[in-house]
Design a protein around this ligand. Structure first.
Ligand SMILES: NC(=O)c1ccc[n+]([C@@H]2O[C@H](COP(=O)([O-])OP(=O)(O)OC[C@H]3O[C@@H](n4cnc5c(N)ncnc54)[C@H](OP(=O)(O)O)[C@@H]3O)[C@@H](O)[C@H]2O)c1
Length: 342
């Protein structure tokens, strides 16, 4: 699976802040940025000191102040606007990855999910505008499209907050956009580490919720490169959707542990059989831009954005980008290669 083109993105000399920087995405993002650019500062913003400590060790950062790296660690909670405002001082770009992302956790703890994913989004917006940040890209998910669980609904609310924020920046320069993608292969708590754990524990079977279930898949590196490519492309108000391949969950299980039989255990609460990255309703505002789709806001914030959209092709009205109707599928050979990298 090829990474997205980041050649137009220049983060040299910039101050970048990534909320949720110790998560699967955040760590891969920091690694990629440090390997490919020379930012002035790359600030990791998250709550848990242990995760930060481990990441600092892995990245060769020490807390003595003598470190030779742009990496900085900032303990903070996105629910705490004041802390975010301090963390964003002199920052040029914010990538907002912090979230509660587990569907069952959100169902059991609805207000906790809303405080982090929705109120947190509002705090990121306000702190960015107060600090005159140039660009904010927020990570979203296919579960935000026609959501049936609170996690998806909270991310939909967050997406709306980020898109509408372009209305609030006024003469300030801050532009906000959203990146929406599907399941990240190998990310924390995802299905591949889950199947691998069962395999190493000697499980008798791998549980499959439904043998028809399909998902869109993206590697961490692709996700990172996609977000970076969007940082340079955004004019404010877009939702960027990468074109991704699909795969059945049962084929993932067979690829990870071909020796273990699978057993259908039934779909879990809040789960869909297939995911959607673009709904029929969104098709009226969606442009095919080659390697991605771009949804422009119904309420336009930027005349420049209209010009950019004209470079793409409007998708047909009624178009749906759904994981079971995808033209692109991951073959078992491709999956074998992908597994080696996870
Ligand atoms: N993984 C996927 O398959 C997938 C697919 C589509 C979209 N996404 C989106 O991508 C983003 C990143 O996902 P991920 O897989 O990297 O998640 P992850 O591994 O669970 O990481 C989440 C990060 O957010 C931080 N965090 C959580 N609550 C916070 C709070 N209240 N304040 C500050 N930091 C907080 C966590 O650190 P602390 O706990 O230390 O605070 C951690 O660094 C999320 O927005 C998710 O919705 C993920």
């Amino acid at each position: 699976m090829k990474c997205f083109d980041v050649s137009k993105t220049d983060l040299n000399g910039k101050d970048i802040l990534v909320t949720g920087g110790t998560g699967s995405f955040g760590r891969a993002f920091c690694r990629f940025v440090l390997d490919n650019f020379k930012p002035r500062r790359l600030i990791v913003f998250s709550r848990d000191e242990d995760k930060q400590y481990l990441m600092a060790n892995d990245f060769g950062f020490n807390y003595t102040g003598t470190h030779n790296t742009p990496l900085r660690f900032f303990i903070g909670d996105v629910r705490d606007r004041e802390r975010l405002e301090i963390a964003m001082r002199d920052v040029d770009c914010v990538v907002h990855a912090a979230a509660l992302k587990h569907v069952p956790t959100a169902e059991y703890n609805p207000m906790e999910c809303i405080r982090t994913n929705v109120n947190g989004a509002e705090n990121v917006v306000n702190a960015a505008i107060a600090n005159n940040v140039e660009t904010v890209v927020a990570l979203s998910t296919d579960k935000a499209v026609n959501p049936i669980n609170l996690y998806g609904a909270s991310k939909l609310a967050a997406d709306k907050i980020f898109i509408a924020a372009n209305n609030l920046s006024g003469r300030r320069r801050t532009r906000f956009s959203v990146v929406r993608y599907g399941n990240v292969l190998g990310s924390r708590g995802s299905v591949i580490p889950f199947f691998r754990k069962l395999q190493s524990d000697g499980a008798d079977f791998l549980p499959i919720t439904d043998d028809r279930m399909t998902r869109f898949w993206i590697s961490l590196e692709q996700g990172v490169s996609f977000v970076l490519s969007c940082l340079s492309e955004t004019h404010g108000g877009e939702i960027f959707v990468p074109k991704l391949p699909s795969m059945k969950v049962i084929d993932i299980a067979k690829g990870v542990a071909p020796e273990i039989p699978t057993k259908v255990v039934g779909i879990r609460p809040g789960e869909k059989l297939h995911e959607m990255m673009l709904s029929e309703e969104e098709s009226r505002f969606t442009y095919d831009m080659g390697d991605r789709y771009m949804i422009v806001p119904e309420i336009s914030f930027s005349s420049r954005l209209k010009e950019v959209a004209q470079r793409g092709t409007p998708v047909e009205e009624g178009f749906q980008y759904a994981s079971h109707k995808n033209e692109r599928w991951i073959t078992s050979e491709e999956f074998k290669d992908m597994l080696c990298l996870i």
